[in-house]
Design a protein around this ligand. Structure first.
Ligand code: FAD
Ligand code: UDP
Length: 370
């Protein structure tokens, strides 16, 4: 049997970035195992029966201000320039989101300049609020009414918790702008891999030192494959058999629909904070730029059942995670990485940055000469 230097659990960005670094920079052998039958983790994409490129686990737009991460990933893909735009369906109409001058104009039927909008927010926002949770973030910026229209119910659907039960960082992801910039992200680098994420991942793992085992759960091969170090990017609570209790995760049910018309909506994503049970509809062609006479849209229905997608940042879950992290610190045989391994609501670029940095700190020094 081949002997591997590293066993990596999970073929998403955390696992594959680490595998790529170990293979190319240390010339060591890595086995990457994933219980899904494909590589690319939640970034996995492919063509559906109608021939339309779809993201199987929800819309993924790459965006970062981190040049190192961008340069790193650019070794493996060309880019389609794409600036993500989102509408929210509020009060019976589609308005730009995140909130900006145009949103306010559309909602209130009068024009705003930055000073007027600032004055308006100043008159409605909650004063003297110590920002402790996601509700505080919004009401202290834009007041109760806009909080109710855009955030309260979307958050309840998405997390099955109201914003005051969630860490401030959740809604702090969403800016409020005193200008007319209607892009969802303002990062310097934004786009989609020109030929899709799966292709990007195929190129990352295409190295003779990287071996793949797909459709296999780590638990099935535990103790059977010799290795020096385990890198684990699955849920940390599962790894430790839920010793301190299960960490909460939120999942999504994706419903795909292909329609016999060229386009369905005018932007990539439309959020429905107050209507329906789904949170948003993504039109894949708007993201990928594919030309096709039909179009595929994807509804997202949040649920507690199914694959763990979102760590749920509450006081209680953070405390529980700290217990697992404490255990991991004492455990020399394994390193945890990624959104599930370190229980962080990370975007793709943050996961790649984490893997690159852990590689430098924990792997290069210990394994380059032995
Ligand atoms: P994952 O991609 O989840 O990979 C972990 C892998 O480990 C999985 O494939 C899993 O099958 C495998 N695994 C787990 N346990 C085991 C086991 N016991 N044995 C074997 N295999 C195992 N980020 C952005 O930057 N931009 C976006 O637009 C964006 N949109 C998103 C939309 C949605 C709906 C979701 C859910 C996430 C989105 N993200 C986005 C976040 C992005 O998906 C994550 O940052 C990324 O997936 C994290 O990579 P990862 O490698 O940590 O985890
Ligand atoms: N959010 C909201 N209304 C919206 C969009 C987002 O209340 O129209 C809140 C909600 O709590 C959501 C969080 O902001 O979970 C982060 O939104 P983002 O679009 O970043 O979520 P993701 O793409 O990670 O699902």
């Amino acid at each position: 049997m081949t002997s591997f230097d590293f066993l990596i659990v999970g073929a998403g960005f955390a696992g594959v970035t680490m595998a790529e670094q170990i293979a190319t920079r240390l010339n060591r052998h890595v086995l990457v195992v994933d219980r899904r039958k494909h590589i690319a983790g939640n970034m996995y994409d492919g063509f559906n029966d109608a021939g339309i490129l779809v993201h199987l686990y929800g819309p993924h737009i790459f965006h970062t201000n981190n040049k190192r991460v961008f340069d790193y990933i650019t070794q493996y893909t060309e880019w389609r320039n794409y600036q993500h735009r989102v509408f929210a369906y509020v009060d019976g109409r589609f308005v730009q989101f995140p909130i900006n001058l145009n949103t306010m104009q559309e909602l209130l039927g009068r024009s705003f300049d930055p000073e007027q909008m600032n004055a308006y927010f100043e008159s409605v926002r909650a004063k003297d609020v110590t920002v402790r949770n996601s509700r505080d973030v919004i009401v202290s910026k834009v007041g109760e009414e806009l909080y109710n229209k855009f955030f309260k119910n979307y958050t309840k659907k998405q997390w099955n918790r109201y914003p005051d039960e969630l860490d401030a960082s959740v809604i702090a992801r969403i800016p409020v702008r005193l200008n007319r910039d209607d892009r969802y992200f303002t990062d310097v680098y934004q786009g989609l891999p020109k030929y899709g994420y799966t292709r990007l991942f195929e190129r990352m793992v295409s190295h003779p030192n990287i071996h793949l085992m797909l459709g296999v759960d780590y638990r099935e091969i535990k103790g059977m494959v010799p290795y020096q170090k385990l890198i684990y990017t699955g849920p940390i609570d599962e790894y430790y058999d839920y010793r301190f209790g299960a960490l909460p995760y939120r999942s999504l049910r994706f419903v795909h629909e292909t329609i016999d018309q060229p386009f369905y909506q005018s932007v990539g994503v439309v959020n429905y904070p107050n209507d329906y049970e789904f949170t948003r509809i993504t039109e894949m062609k708007r993201l990928t730029g594919q030309e096709h006479s039909k179009t595929t849209i994807v509804y997202e229905y949040p649920t507690d059942d199914g694959d763990p997608y979102y760590p749920v940042p509450t006081e209680e879950s953070k405390e529980r995670y700290r217990q697992y992290a404490g255990l991991a610190e004492q455990d020399d045989g394994v390193l945890f990485l990624g959104r599930l391994g370190t229980y962080k609501y990370y975007n793709m670029d943050q996961v790649i940055a984490q893997a690159l940095s852990v590689f430098e700190k924990e792997i290069v020094t210990k394994y380059s000469h032995s």
